[in-house]
Design a protein around this ligand. Structure first.
Ligand code: PMT
Length: 407
């Protein structure tokens, strides 16, 4: 599956670097050609000799090596890779990437490349959880880097928590997804998920019961089918799915801006439970409860309707715009009205009445509403709904390719 793919493996200085020897071997077993850049710190954990033996290629270490620059300069390394894999992506290397530094061969290549970058972070839990690292990871993802891991578990430093390099198998899976020739390969998808939080004051907000499970499952299914996915997520407690880009937002306004910024896309799926209303003028300071005073009256304003805006874009309208309808009565009838009112191509209608478990549960029962009619799907896991939807999208947008796949 990776036959002929040129992978540039950048190994930074972390204890997990030793695992990249196995990774390089597995990549070669799958037909990939692996070139390696070892940072100075990386070379303290992995010797150039062992990496050269496993990759069958010269290992690159020095930005200022005249021989290297003549034989294989940093620009060629940056250009010729089909994918750049940074493993372990240390806190230091990601900070330097975020700042746009180019003070060694690894960062010079990363700054000079236009090729896709996959980060496999690994570090001590406190370093991973530090706001500086989290901000750098967020920034790099916003710039289009994908990531796999880190995993939680026992770490070499004796602590236990998030920060362990993703398993070699998971890194290989993320690389294979990247090169996937799945039914949606070559297509870009945008998925919204989770609730939005609309501030009342710095402490309080208006929200709803969405967990993000349905939207995240759809995003993952599309990525597994080969699409390049941007997931725009409201505040949820789920981990970012691997193999795709996740943008985090809080309010409907921010979600709209992130969606418009992620265009062009072939597919847009609005699974988020966006608050219809926001507080017109949120208080700057915490609202105080004065003894005997009446509760404050909140003046509400209407939020932008992201689904309707995406559906009616004059420029860059995705070829297929799919919304959801969350109803507690007349589910299909109200959803059909929404399909027309918002200008979407399809709507997935679900019953969110108390006791259905639609909000927060692991399964769902949806009705696919198109301009041709209503099709009720059986109750399935949210992951299965994502996979079924990915198949339907492939049939709609790539009819020949998906027929070929099934045969
Ligand atoms: O997150 P889970 O716990 O897994 O639950 C899944 C879910 C119930 C949230 C999901 O399946 C679902 O139904 N999502 C849509 C929720 C919703 O807001 O439905 P609605 O009928 O109010 O809105 C209709 C459509 O317009 C939706 O696609 C919604 O994303 C979109 N919308 C609504 C308001 C708004 N301001 N902007 C929008 O884009």
């Amino acid at each position: 599956m990776l036959s002929g793919k040129q992978i540039l493996l950048i190994v930074a200085g972390g204890i997990a670097a030793y695992k990249t020897l196995d990774l390089a071997r597995r990549l070669r077993e799958r037909g990939a050609c692996v070139r390696c850049v070892l940072t100075e710190a990386g070379a303290r954990f992995v010797t150039p000799l062992s990496m050269a033996a496993l990759t069958g290629e010269k290992v690159h270490q020095d930005l200022f090596s005249l021989t290297d620059e003549i034989e294989m300069g940093h620009i060629r390394l940056a250009r010729e890779a089909d994918l750049i894999l940074v493993a372990p992506a240390t806190a230091d290397l990601m900070a330097r990437m975020g700042a746009g530094m180019a003070n060694d061969l690894a960062t010079a290549v990363l700054l000079a490349t236009r090729q896709p970058i996959l980060l496999a972070p690994s570090m001590n839990t406190a370093m991973w959880e530090h706001p500086a690292t989290q901000a750098n990871v967020k920034l790099l993802k916003e710039r289009g880097c994908r990531s796999v891991g880190p995993q939680a578990g026992d770490l070499a430093c004796g602590e236990s928590g998030a920060g362990r390099l993703a398993d070699v198998q998971d890194i290989l899976a993320a690389i294979e997804t990247h090169f996937s020739s799945g039914p949606l390969s070559g297509l870009r998808a945008l998925v919204t998920s989770g609730p939005t939080h609309e501030p009342i004051d710095p402490v309080r907000y208006i929200a709803n019961r969405s967990s993000g499970k349905q939207g995240h499952a759809i995003a993952k299914a599309l990525a597994d089918a080969g699409a390049e996915v941007t997931l725009v997520s409201g505040p949820v407690s789920l981990a970012d799915p691997s193999g795709l880009r996740t943008l985090h937002v809080e309010t409907a306004e921010q979600m709209l801006a992130a969606c418009l910024g992620a265009l062009p896309a072939d597919i847009a799926i609005c699974a988020a439970a966006v608050a219809d209303w926001k507080v017109k003028a949120p208080a700057k300071d915490k609202m105080k409860k004065a003894k005997g005073a009446a509760p404050p009256a909140l003046e509400l304003a209407t939020n932008p309707d992201i689904l309707a805006i995406l559906s009616t874009l004059k420029k860059n309208r995705p070829r297929l715009v799919i919304g959801f309808a969350a109803e507690t009565q007349k589910v299909s009838a109200f959803a059909q009205e929404k399909l027309k009112a918002k200008g979407a191509d399809w709507i997935l209608a679900n019953d969110v009445s108390e006791g259905t478990g639609t909000f927060g549960g692991d399964s769902n029962q949806v009705h696919l509403i198109t301009h041709g009619g209503v099709e009720s799907w059986p109750r399935m896991s949210k992951a299965e709904i994502g996979a079924e939807l990915a198949g339907r999208i492939a049939q709609a947008l790539k009819p020949k390719a998906s027929k070929g796949k099934k045969a």
